[in-house]
Design a protein around this ligand. Sequence first.
Ligand code: FPP
Length: 246
Amino acid sequence: MDLLQQIDKERIPRHVAVIMDGNGRWARQRGKERNYGHENGVEAVKQTVKAAAEIGVPFLTFFAFSTENWCRPESEVKTLMELLVNAIRNETPELDENGVKLMAIGDLNALPAACRTQLEEAISITSGNEKLTVCVALSYSSRWEIADASRRIAERVANGEIKPDEIDQNLFESHLNTNSLPDPDLMIRTSGELRVSNFLLWQIAYSELYFTPVLWPDFRRKHFLQAIIDYQRRERRFGKLAEQLL
Ligand code: FPP
């Protein structure tokens, strides 16, 4: 049976977050440089976006570059930035035609100017689209985001805009980069690593986690659909009893 037929269209996750991992190992298995793995990872991103659009996932987030990734060798950082700029430049027309809205989270001021300009242009071109929002996390880490939100709240308290006792979960969330996104229902990580690696820590409080041994450049529609099927088999209780969910 086609995987698509096993998917319940009424219970599609609203937001799927993806940790793309294993590009380096994929390249090494082929006797190539790590960058070869990143280059081939772009096709997996495209296939995942298509699959998400096909089944009607409204929000999809990719962890493309972490705050910690700046510590990788300069040539790898440079290649990753170039890949991102090129992928965004090449794909924007097709994303736009297919109703995809692009957004980004992370410390975007840390990106090279060319990368930021390209990104801002693509975000602006696609801003009116509503079918699927693709969010790219760039120079992102959850601890950076939480510290950044805390600092901005503290500034607002210091200048008298808000009182300390007005700080609650909703106010805090509204200062996170992800304030326009629902929390992820499902987080996927490839390459067999069982970690969250500083990604969306606040937002995944009740997310289902799905780990697959598939290395990111090999990730395709069927793997995405398998993750959705697995997610739909689980019972989400959000801290309640099963009976209370009825
Ligand atoms: C992890 O593999 C992957 C990355 C750090 C980068 C992922 C980026 C892309 C695929 C570029 C395209 C992205 C978009 C959104 C267009 P790794 O290098 O950590 O692999 P390893 O664990 O095997 O070393």
